[in-house]
Design a protein around this ligand. Structure first.
Ligand code: DMJ
Length: 634
């Protein structure tokens, strides 16, 4: 068969043209062998992978685009393009962000190590099902925008397990109660103020105004933290970051309740974590309360409208007065807030209140529960260690302690008030029970509120911290009151205490009216068990606390948390179907601390506000974090 290039098939010119094409083709093929990259050099499969890479990149970009899809993100560049300092593999000038990140990372690692050491020293970890995040993880997730908080030696804010395994088990029970209470709220009422644990839906008392302000979240967070429930804590923190905004609230809210639960809860969280978010939110909430102080005397009104700032007192309060326990329980949170924000406004407000109270002449040396914000004069002569009076006395002592024993005016006022109450209101029943009577319309009423049961702890704390000539007398009152409160529990069918109880020839430490028989998960009795336990180590306080835990489990546990009871004298009492936010803030916290060792939230380093939010003691607690101190007090 003749060749296509054979003689007679093409003309000589055509033949040379075909030859030229073939030679060129051969050269290209030959060159390709030497110059094209090898498959292996491309990593996975040369041409296929080049193609795949591009497809993959487009897919990835689409996948990651999210809202950038409409305005696409800039194309990915190689590392040298991303960071010019890395060109040619050499960092020729430091990138400030990189340096910061590196410093943070190093500090974090150091902190991690030191915290681990601290942990090993501190007795025990929590033993529940979930592993506890360590402090390094906590602060990195808590506040990426701020430098990590340096480790602090000797301050124990988690752990603190008692050496005795039986006590450990009791504490675990309290932890589980907290988990159940929180989970019920989270499942059925997240973001609302409280949960109705029986009917499993949201609940809001009038003290919170008419908006959902997540009261249980803010109130319960430090208890979660102390117990080590860090996943739940993180969820709460995210809710606070995104939703806690009093600018959007409607209706009137209680200045006192907002202060003790929200401002107190948030500043406490700030001291525990160093996370600026909590300080900023506390500042935001407290500022919203300031219009209430715009009165002729500076004594704040009870209610303030979040939108308009207009304020008023309760219609039922005698002579449009402000209430002693309310305007008298702002000092600790406001002073501390001034220290951590550097803004003196909050302290100025409460100092003015203090001066008015200190200079108003008192009938029989006692503090009446009502004071006119217009004139600065006392209203109706009604004095009580329970409702309307209680935490005013508590804050005199505790502000003195919180201020690092600098607020001497508070100390002097406390000593005087504690002695006047001891002389005029502390009584012994025929059966030998010590109780606080109340002054009403110029005569004594032999009735004691459950609320007044905090007084056992207060007198004990006063006795042991002031160590003055009244120490023994105050200690006797403390033990007597705490014993009576326990009796008020022990004399019921549910072993939970009534809202108020009376003393007469016929009854002792028992409610007599149907309106006094309820129990709304209040903490005051357990607060005194806790303080007395810490100060005396008398085993009976732990035993009494355990009785209470069992009673709560038996009578108050519901599917969606814990409920109050309408009648503590009936084993099958109807439920009130409310899980109060203070159950998480106070009741469970005090019970947990009762079964912890003394190092956890030591009373030498912390004082608890009247909602059981721990505040650091100035000069004693390195977590005080005053403004300008690089977050931790030097
Ligand atoms: C809490 O909100 C505070 O303890 C307040 O001082 C009194 N009442 C409740 C708990 O009973």
């Amino acid at each position: 068969m003749p060749s296509v290039l054979g003689r007679g098939f093409f003309r000589p010119r055509e033949k040379s043209l075909i030859l030229l094409v073939m030679v060129t083709f051969a050269c290209v093929c030959f060159g390709a062998i030497f110059f094209l990259p090898e498959k292996s050099a491309l990593g996975l499969g040369a041409m296929d992978d080049l193609h795949e890479n591009r497809v993959y990149r487009v897919y990835q970009e689409l996948k990651n685009a999210g809202q950038d899809f409409i305005i696409p993100a800039p194309p990915r560049l190689d590392p040298a393009e991303l960071n010019p300092n890395l060109r040619h593999g050499v960092i020729d000038r430091p990138d400030p962000h990189q340096a910061q990140d590196k410093a943070r990372l190093l500090a974090q690692i150091e902190m991690d190590l030191e915290i681990k050491e601290l942990r090993q020293k501190a007795a025990g970890q929590r033993v529940l099902d979930k592993p506890q995040l360590d402090l390094a993880q906590r602060s990195s997730s808590a506040s990426p925008a701020h430098p990590p908080v340096p480790p602090v030696a000797s301050i124990v804010i988690q752990g603190g397990s008692d050496a005795d395994p039986d006590v450990q088990k009791r504490r675990e029970t309290v932890s589980r109660m907290m988990k159940h209470a929180w989970d019920g709220y989270a499942k059925y009422s997240w973001g609302k103020n409280e949960v109705k644990p029986v009917s499993r839906r949201g609940h809001s008392g009038s003290i919170f105004g008419s908006s959902n302000t997540g009261a249980t979240i803010v109130d319960g967070m430090d208890t979660l933290y102390i117990m080590g429930f860090m996943e739940e804590f993180q969820a709460g923190k995210e809710w606070i970051a995104e939703n806690l905004n009093f600018d959007h609230m409607t209706g009137d809210i209680s200045v006192f309740e907002t202060n003790i639960r929200f401002v107190g809860g948030l500043v406490s969280l700030y001291s525990l974590t160093g996370d600026e978010l909590f300080k900023e939110k506390a500042d935001h909430v407290a500022r919203k309360l300031l219009p209430a102080f715009n009165t002729p005397t500076g004594i704040p009104l009870a209610l303030v409208n979040m939108r308009t700032g207009s304020s008023k007192n309760f219609g039922w309060a005698s002579g449009a007065s402000s209430i002693l326990s309310e305007f008298g329980s702002l000092h600790m949170e406001f002073s501390y807030l001034s220290d951590i924000t550097g803004d003196p406004i909050f302290r100025q407000k409460v100092e003015k209140v203090r001066d008015v109270v200190a200079s108003a002449e008192r009938p029989k040396g006692l503090y009446p529960n009502y004071l006119s914000p217009k004139t600065g004069k006392w209203g109706q002569f009604h004095t009580s260690m329970g409702a309307l009076g209680d935490s005013f006395y508590e804050y005199l002592l505790k502000e003195y302690l919180r201020s690092g024993r600098k607020d001497n005016q508070a100390k002097d006022m406390f000593i005087e008030a504690a002695n006047d109450v001891a002389n005029q209101l502390v009584k012994i029943s025929p059966g030998g029970l010590t109780y606080f009577a109340e002054y009403k319309y110029g005569r004594l009423e032999h009735k004691m509120d459950h609320l007044a049961c905090f007084g056992g702890g207060m007198y004990a704390l006063g006795a042991k911290t002031l160590k003055n000539s009244y120490e023994n007398e105050w200690m006797k009152i403390a033990e007597g009151i705490t014993n009576t409160c326990h009796e008020s529990y022990d004399r019921t069918d549910t072993k939970l205490g009534p809202e108020a109880f009376r003393f007469s020839d016929a009854v002792e430490a028992r409610a007599i009216k149907s309106t006094e028989r309820y129990y709304i998960l209040r903490p005051e009795t357990f607060e005194s068990y806790f303080v007395l336990w810490r100060l005396t180590h008398d085993q009976k306080y732990r035993d009494w606390g355990w009785e209470a835990v069992q009673a709560l489990e038996k009578h108050c546990k519901a599917e969606g948390g814990y409920t109050g009871l309408k009648n503590v004298y009936a084993v099958d009492s109807p439920k009130d179907d409310v899980q109060q936010s203070f159950f998480l803030a106070e009741t469970l916290k005090y019970l947990y601390l009762l079964f912890s060792d003394d190092s956890l939230m030591s009373l030498d380093e912390w004082v608890f506000n009247t909602e059981a939010h721990p505040l650091p003691i100035m000069g004693k607690n390195k977590l005080y974090r005053p403004k300008g101190s690089n977050n931790v007090q030097p």
